[in-house]
Design a protein around this ligand. Structure first.
Ligand code: PFF
Length: 447
């Protein structure tokens, strides 16, 4: 799909495919735990601010680059400005995708394992009393998480190698709405738990006294990660858009759906966290401990658990596929390898480099640098450093390299109007670059 300049079949095709990549573990697994670590509501507000003021404008621009360049993540930049090295933005995106997949595959492997546990009725019965302990002993096992990670990478590689977009997209379109309905049911369940109000207050009532530059950087990283922004994904998917696609409206739709799923996940997690006396800042295992606790407490919990983990697994799978796809497209073209060879090669390298991430919760738990494990470093470097940095280059390209008026001309075709253009121009040229530079300098302690 990367190499043929097809066009999206239906009006919604682009938005649904992009939302399929954006909605994933970032919303259901990562958002609750980084929000919990960041102190709750204040983090959420900062995150929402970044999504609207930085994420949405950049997404509009990224899609426009793809549609204008009609090529992959790097070559679209080259097509627009062949004489200048802006394509490094695309290269940074490809490197980030690779790094994200290294740890993403670990967590996606955990969801696959939890689905199997739930489906075989072992999740809620055998580990009834202490879900934290059960999960802890699974992820610290010397090889079990590696096996699930490998299995996950094999599934992802099989799908990407075949280029079978059809099947997975169809499933995606069915199961995403199922996931959505499930999340709503769970939100109602969680909000009616006793003590839930306290969790709701934690999630919705901001206390800015706990906000540090680390929290601000984490919120920025979460915005980029969750939206799959500055990764080249929107350039690639945008290159399949027709000229009558309303880019700003589509970007708005993608952002809305992505935020909605994250917020609902928060509405489920935090009331339950307080009801069950779980520490909201406990880290990456938060949802794996909280969700089973919710299920064990509700009628038909076993069935809901199996369905839920299946949907989360699928949401993770579609995002993992988009992550590998961007890397494979590059390897395939750069070294003129067959698509199948490129896929298995990339998949294997991701797995090898990603193994230490899986071991970070067990045998390699003590291998830390500045308090971060290998897993934490991959996550931090990709989400909080590389993506925002690629975002800065993206803003500079749109605002000063390609020029806002040209972007406007690309967006405004066949009667489409870019109504918020003056605001967009100001954000892209001045506000976003300055904000990103300030956040960077602050996070490394220079200001
Ligand atoms: N946005 C995805 C999520 O929230 O799970 C993760 C992701 C997918 C990040 C694809 C980057 C990417 F290119």
């Amino acid at each position: 799909m990367i190499n043929t300049r097809e066009e999206w079949g239906t009006r919604l095709g682009f938005m649904l495919a992009a939302a399929g990549s954006a909605i994933g573990l970032g919303n259901i697994w990562r958002f609750p735990f980084v929000a919990g670590e960041g102190g709750g509501a204040a983090f959420v507000l900062i995150y929402l601010g970044f999504v609207l003021l930085i994420g949405l404008p950049l997404m509009i621009g990224e899609i426009a680059i793809g549609r204008k360049g009609r090529a992959n993540a790097m070559d679209s930049y080259r097509a627009i400005r062949p004489e200048q090295p802006w394509h490094v933005t695309g290269l940074l995106g490809i490197v980030s995708n690779f790094m994200i997949l290294c740890f993403y595959s670990v967590v996606a492997g955990w969801t696959l394992y939890y689905f199997i546990l739930a489906a075989t009725g072992r999740l809620l019965t055998s580990t009834k009393s202490n879900y934290g302990e059960a999960f802890g002993s699974f992820i610290s096992h010397p090889f079990a998480p590696v096996i699930w990670q490998s299995l996950l990478m094999i599934i992802v590689s099989l799908i990407v190698a075949k280029g079978v977009k059809q099947g997975i997209e169809r499933w995606n379109n069915i199961l995403m709405p199922v996931l959505f309905v499930l999340l709503l049911v769970l939100a109602v369940r969680s909000l009616t738990l006793s003590g839930g109000g306290e969790g709701l207050a934690f999630f919705l009532r901001p206390d800015f006294s706990s906000v540090t530059s680390t929290v601000v950087l984490a919120a920025l990283g979460q915005a980029f990660f969750s939206l799959s922004l500055a990764t080249g994904l929107y350039v690639t998917y945008g290159s399949y858009c027709r000229t009558n696609t309303h880019i700003p409206a589509n970007a708005g739709g993608i952002v809305f759906l992505d935020v909605l799923v994250a917020v609902i996940a928060g509405l489920i997690i935090f009331p339950a966290v307080f009801h069950f006396g779980i520490d909201p800042g406990r880290g990456p295992d938060l949802v794996f401990v909280t969700f089973p606790a919710i299920f064990s407490n509700m009628p038909l919990g076993g069935l809901f658990a199996a369905l839920f983990f299946f949907c989360v697994f699928l949401a993770a799978l579609t995002s993992a596929i988009s992550l590998l796809e961007v890397v494979v497209a590059y390897v395939h073209e750069r070294w003129a390898l067959r698509r199948v060879t490129a896929t298995w090669l990339a998949g294997l390298v991701v797995l090898l480099v990603g193994l230490p991430c899986a071991l970070s919760f067990g045998p390699w738990a003590d291998a830390t640098l500045l308090d971060r494990t290998v897993f934490d470093w991959f996550d931090f470097l990709a989400a909080s450093v590389l993506l925002p940095f690629a975002g800065l280059l993206l803003a500079l390209f749109l605002g000063w390299g390609w020029k806002p008026e040209q972007v406007k001309a690309e967006v405004e075709q066949e009667g489409v109007r870019f109504q918020v253009f003056p605001l967009w121009r100001m954000l892209i040229r001045y506000v976003i670059p300055v904000a990103l530079v300030i956040i960077f300098l602050q996070s490394i302690g220079l200001i």
